[in-house]
Design a protein around this ligand. Structure first.
Ligand code: 5GP
Ligand code: ZN
Length: 130
């Protein structure tokens, strides 16, 4: 059983800050900022896009609740991120969403999209809509 399944079942320790019927939210063990939280479905799905819609809805509800809760730290904003697949930086193969509060006062590690690529948007659009 994977580590997040164990956390969801209460078989592995974690700082759980919110629990719903199908989801649980707990502090990331290696936080990028104060309050960095992971929201996961209790059932095992490999990544975010594998999550069924009813569970996604609860995840979304949990994101909003967690952001509200984290406001006690007075963040200037949040990054809400799901890494899907190893190439995208997914390390734990149990679906999860990162909620990362961002602060004016501290130098938190920026999440950068980097340099844009050269691409013909007409062509991309055609390929996606044909
Ligand atoms: P990923 O790169 O897969 O999107 O992110 C996985 C996240 O899970 C990382 O930020 C990592 O710090 C966190 N993580 C990995 N193992 C554990 C653990 O055992 N407990 C908690 N709370 N977080 C973990
Ligand atoms: Zn799992």
């Amino acid at each position: 059983m994977c580590i997040f399944c164990k956390i969801a079942r209460g078989e592995e320790r974690a700082y759980v800050i919110y629990e719903g019927e199908k989801v649980v939210a707990f502090l990331d063990i290696n936080p990028l900022s104060k309050g960095h939280t992971l929201i996961v479905p209790k059932d095992h799905y490999e990544n975010y896009i594998e999550i069924p819609l009813d569970v996604s809805m609860e995840i979304h509800d949990a994101i909003k609740r967690v952001c509200e809760k984290l406001k006690i730290f007075n963040p200037a904003g949040f990054n809400i991120v799901a890494n899907v697949g190893r190439k995208a930086g997914q390390v734990i193969m149990h679906a999860h969403v990162h909620v990362i509060p961002r602060y004016d006062r501290e130098e938190s590690r920026p999440i950068e999209f980097g340099k844009s690529i050269e691409v013909d948007l007409d062509e991309v659009y055609r390929e996606l809509t044909c």
